[in-house]
Ligand binder design. Sequence first.
Ligand SMILES: C[S@@+](CC[C@H](N)C(=O)[O-])C[C@H]1O[C@@H](n2cnc3c(N)ncnc32)[C@H](O)[C@@H]1O
Length: 773
Amino acid sequence: MEKLKSVIPETLKHKIAESTPNDLDSTCSSLLYFFQNFPLFHKMVRDLTDPEMALCGKNKEAALEAKAKGNECFSKRDYSNALLFYSQALRTAPTDVDDMEKNLVATLYVNRASSLYKLELFLESLRDCSRALILSPANAKAWFRRAKANSSLGNYEDAVNDLNVSLKMEMSVSGKKQIQSELNMILDQSGMRSSPLEKPNDDNSDELLQTGVQCVSTPTKGRGMTSFTDIPLASLIHKEDPYAAIILKHCRETHCAFCFNELPADTVPCMSCSIPLYCSVQCQVQAGGQDFSKYVNKYGFLEDLSDDLEEYIRNVTTLGICSSNTEHAAEHMHECQGMHWPAVLPSDVVLAGRILVKNKQRESYGGVGRKTHEIMDLCQNYGQLSCESKLEFHVYSTILLCCLQQFCPSKFPLCSEMTSEIIMLLSQIRVNSMAIVRIKYSDSKQPVDYDATSCVEQVQVAQAVYSGGSLFNHSCQPNVHAYFISRTLFIRVTECVAAGSELELSYGPQVGQWNCSERRQILEDQYSFVCQCSGCAQLNLSDIVHSGYQCDKPNCNGVVLDKLVTMYEKEKLKHFKGPNSLQGYMHSGDDISIVARKVFEQTGYDNCFDLEHCLSCGSFCDLQASQETIAKSEIYVRRLQHAVASGEIPTNIIRDALKSLDILRKVLHPLNKRIAEVEDNIAQAFCLVGEHQAALDHCQASVQILEKLYGENHIVIGNELIKLASIQLSMGCKIAADNTNRLIAIFSRYYGLHADIVFPPLMYLKRETCKLV
Ligand SMILES: C[S@@+](CC[C@H](N)C(=O)[O-])C[C@H]1O[C@@H](n2cnc3c(N)ncnc32)[C@H](O)[C@@H]1O
């Protein structure tokens, strides 16, 4: 790619750098002409699209090799590695070949089921047997293994049915004998239950507010969503499936390529290429491409079975996959021919391909012949892109078009109109796509051993375009919260919203997390707009103290701001219009200090504040000296962080970190976010060495600062309260119940009835707190 960019003549590069949406046809046509006469381009396209070079196709030899390794590990009782080899074999095994007169894929599922069974992953084993049976419904061994898994799960009724089918299918006398003895054993056991065949989908049920929101034109942010009635706290105002979505490259081996949930041990690969992995047959079918559904309904062998058993077999071997949602059918289909372009091109480029194919497919069902980006009707930022991005969009659009041509030459002609359509689509994706995130626990921590040492982070797993969700503008002080269950977007108000108010979510940066200058920089870099939200336009306590220093004069608690922060806060003051109670202070004396002092008083923090120097007492503060002192202390804080990460904390490390904290407290303003972070690190360390009271004190100190920075009901406080409550629980303090109740209220505000699904540690905390009270 870099090589391709470097050979483009400077004059053409310049033309592209200067281009606007209106002259894209001309730049695309020049680039296309240049590439068509350039051998390297043809080679690159051939590498990506030639079936001869397909690296991601199925490969019987590779599958058989991996299968043999799996068998070897299994016979040595190395079940974990057997599982890995069988999964590897499944990824490359063609569906239409036999191995030793049995369907290879079905055999691999049965073999993997045996490894899963040995690893006591019974549900996973059960699912693999069912997959084998879809492909090979008369496979006696698969029915037998299924019975064993069902029996271990306590599903005796199903186990008996499985064994009865197995008995009918088994040909050998010794095999029949083994099945019969297993059957007798299970019949001796009591308590029959039945089980779900495949993992049920996540429960997405929650009340969607049917009225109350509308799209309007705003004075400074283009279109936006507003409320036209009062909306109660925590109401769900928007629910939407993506127009198109794609898993991010680094998550391909860990998350399902359709629902984006974490992959279980029994992954299901695509049936005709080796790129995506799914968590279930349902997800595989929904993603499109060749899938299990074409194997369903081969029931020639059912003749001499009872009606009940026949019905049972049909249920097991269809798994509900016939009812797949055809809406998604195109998502992976065009990428699924073994060519490796979907694996190597950037995610947003592959996503653009998905959108294009989806629209073309709709056209063939009678849609209008409009350009894709017009159908999407989303804003774009092509004009504001850097020269580098414009060039990349040009090159990638041309390459993507060549790749799509391979799939359907008549629908994707190699012409400048089509390339410019893709460029516009890429600019829409840049501005409008949402990052689908999942919560990740530090290391191997599970909800059940959640405590103050646990780090919870949100990791981006996929990228998606939501047509309706894209109409919500950004605010650094948002009043709505967006989250995802599977690939569905949910938007909920996090406060009571009065009729006529703008409904805005955060695209990332928020007040409390960063100061105003940092937030604006992030938004400009990522989305190319200058934020016009209330958090960036009006004074607030958080922005003033977030990165502030403390005046070094004795008995003066004034705040000192560095140059950049001062610049942004002064800018805000120029446009300061409210709240009403502060308006009288706008023109009196030294603006920001007086207004900010009032902000402090209003928010309950009785402190003084001043501009550049400490304007509270008027004295000069040597910020450079303060910064040098901080840099020295940070060395010890970093040592502590490493020790926490390794799980081994020598006492001197905590002692040094405590000294650093004292220094930071002297130099930084008491509400500076850095102090909260260090308090949190120290709490984690004390927790790890079992000094719970000290951990509690530092955790509380951190929460107190964060409450001022974010506000008391922010989700960040919810996360901190989980740590606090966990420490209190481990100390047996009844007061943990207060914090648990408070954090449940915060999580309900943000996630409503979905709180437990999105954040499983909540259930654990509720249970433990109940035991205490
Ligand atoms: C996802 S779209 C939101 C809908 C958009 N306003 C429209 O008319 O389609 C993002 C774009 O909206 C505008 N926008 C969103 N939030 C903004 C904010 N806080 N300040 C300024 N512009 C904003 C920017 O142009 C940004 O690129």
